[in-house]
Design a protein around this ligand. Structure first.
Ligand SMILES: [Zn+2]
Length: 293
């Protein structure tokens, strides 16, 4: 599943590829990809003709601002002015990714949404498991008015709101494992299985430790480990694991450097002890029994 570094990599790819992209035509190949009110009909009619603006990421959500040419002339400059066209929101979920096609090609059977610009270039959304979602948010609305999942997101790991004091207060008295706390998007936005395991290794904390029992030193280590592992992975373009691909069809390089994730049975790179793998809180979890306690 794409996590923060992968979604950030996709954001950068979309921002690079779609500068001045005007959606001339749009085709929704599977209705359930569209989650905003009014479904496919509202989505396509409001997205058609819009220009794609700046790209943003919040947790694992992506958004682009949209604008449209105003029908009235800008009197001072003598050319058309732009007006707010709302927002385009996207969540890749398990297996969603984008492809960029300069030339006409036939879509694969997992193609969910296709968007063409005025010169016939295509942005294609492909999603094998088909859990990915898209929304159109009307002008003068914040994305969270339509995309309700945004309302419950915790702080971004790179924000100043995410710090050991916040984490201590948020986890106080909690009995769930620290692994499941890190996967909870209302605790910290954007973390998933890979970076939870990796940051717990770097912080030397057992994944099944009750989250409310972490002391101040552990909380401090965990905050800085999570931030550093995410930064390293973003620098590598995300991970090689899962079906993740960036816009150019490449997957990232972080996987090759992972300490514990998908290293079950292999010797720990730090101490040589075999890495353990077990389901914790319903998710496959990897850790070193010697380096983490
Ligand atoms: Zn070890």
């Amino acid at each position: 599943m794409p996590e923060l570094p992968e979604v950030e990599t996709v954001r950068k790819g979309l921002a690079d590829r779609l500068a001045n992209f005007q959606i001339q035509r749009i085709e929704v190949c599977r209705d359930r990809a569209i989650a905003s009110p009014g479904g496919v009909k509202e989505f396509t009619s409001n997205m058609s003709g819009a220009f794609i603006g700046e790209w943003y990421r919040r947790g694992k959500y992506l958004f682009s601002s949209l604008h449209r040419e105003s029908s009235s002339l800008n009197p001072s400059e003598g050319h058309k002015a732009f007006i707010d066209g709302g927002w385009w929101g996207i969540h890749l979920r398990m297996t969603g990714y984008f492809q960029w096609h300069e030339q006409k090609t036939s879509p694969c059977r997992h193609t969910r949404v296709r968007l063409w610009n005025t010169t016939g270039k295509e942005l294609r959304f492909v999603d094998i498991r088909s859990f990915g979602q898209m929304w159109w948010v009307p002008p003068n609305n914040l994305p969270e008015t339509v995309i309700t999942g945004l309302r419950n997101l915790g702080p971004e790991p790179f924000s100043k709101e995410f710090n050991p004091i916040y984490l201590e207060a948020r986890l106080k008295g909690k009995k769930n494992t620290i692994k499941s706390a890190l996967l909870d998007q209302s605790v910290v936005a954007g973390t998933g299985n890979i970076y939870a395991d990796e940051s717990l290794f770097q912080a030397g904390i057992l994944p099944n430790k009750p989250s409310g029992e972490l002391n101040k030193i552990e909380l401090k280590k965990l905050c800085s480990s999570l931030i550093s592992v995410l930064k390293v992975s973003i620098g590598q373009g995300g991970t090689t694991f899962s079906d993740f691909r960036d816009l150019e069809g490449l997957n990232g390089n972080y996987g090759g450097q992972s300490w514990v994730y998908r290293k079950g049975g292999q010797p720990c790179r730090r101490c040589g002890t075999p890495i353990l793998r077990k389901r914790i809180s319903g998710r496959s979890t990897h850790w070193c029994p010697r380096c983490q306690n």
